[in-house]
Write a protein that binds this ligand. Structure first.
Ligand code: ZN
Length: 213
């Protein structure tokens, strides 16, 4: 159940360690993609021994110009995460769920209650984006209603401001596990791929050859 996410981009790891949003400006372009990687129990929800032991990463992803952002897998310290967004001048407009396990969405984690998306919905009324196959499990584990979840198929795109996030269905760790792919339109992308245990791996502001324009 524990998912470890490895940062394959050492520069991004250093930025995360400094609690700094990843810069996305290049070639005189305007900063648009907002991206932060945060380690539960160390960079937020500090002092929570379960969060510290589980070592889950959470990602904040958004559009700097519109101030809209989503939280990937809010489980521990949800108020900390929303506060971090607001301190950056951003506002939470949704959550993206990789999969239903309590260390990613909240619920009962071996007898320990994790607040998760239930707390997020108490604080902000936002859509919770899940793969359709995962929705019944998210409902069962967290107790949220079916109407709280926005169901998706693989390849769907969630628009966060002007930043598109493609939902990639990656069954394996669970039937409805998903990863996320985002680009800010300047041939930079933030990639998330499933590890052997299904956890997300983001590589922030990574360049790739431009084939779309
Ligand atoms: Zn898991």
């Amino acid at each position: 159940m524990t998912d470890s996410a490895a940062v394959s981009d050492p520069t991004a790891a250093k930025r995360a360690a400094r609690h700094q949003p990843a810069p996305t400006t290049s070639g005189g372009g305007t900063e648009r993609l907002y991206f932060r990687q945060l380690l539960a129990g160390r960079e937020f929800s500090v002092g929570d021994p379960v969060a510290r032991q589980m070592m889950n990463f959470v990602y904040l992803l958004g559009d700097r110009q519109t101030g809209e952002a989503v939280i990937v897998d809010p489980a521990y310290g949800v108020d900390d995460l929303v506060d971090l967004l607001e301190a950056d001048g951003m506002r939470c407009v949704g959550a993206l769920v990789t999969h239903y396990h309590p260390d990613h969405v909240g619920g009962d984690l071996m007898g320990t209650p994790i607040e998760g998306i239930t707390r997020l919905l108490d604080r902000v009324a936002v859509p919770i984006h899940v793969q359709a196959d995962e929705a019944p499990w998210v409902e069962r584990v967290t107790g949220v209603g079916a109407g709280d979840l926005t169901r998706h198929g693989g390849g769907d795109v969630v628009q966060v401001g002007e930043v598109p996030v493609t939902l990639v269905h990656t069954p394996g760790h669970t039937p409805g596990s998903q990863c996320f792919l985002s680009t800010d339109g300047w041939c930079r992308e933030t990639r998330c791929s499933s590890t052997a245990v299904g956890g997300p791996t983001f590589r922030g502001a990574t360049r790739r050859p431009c084939t779309s324009r």
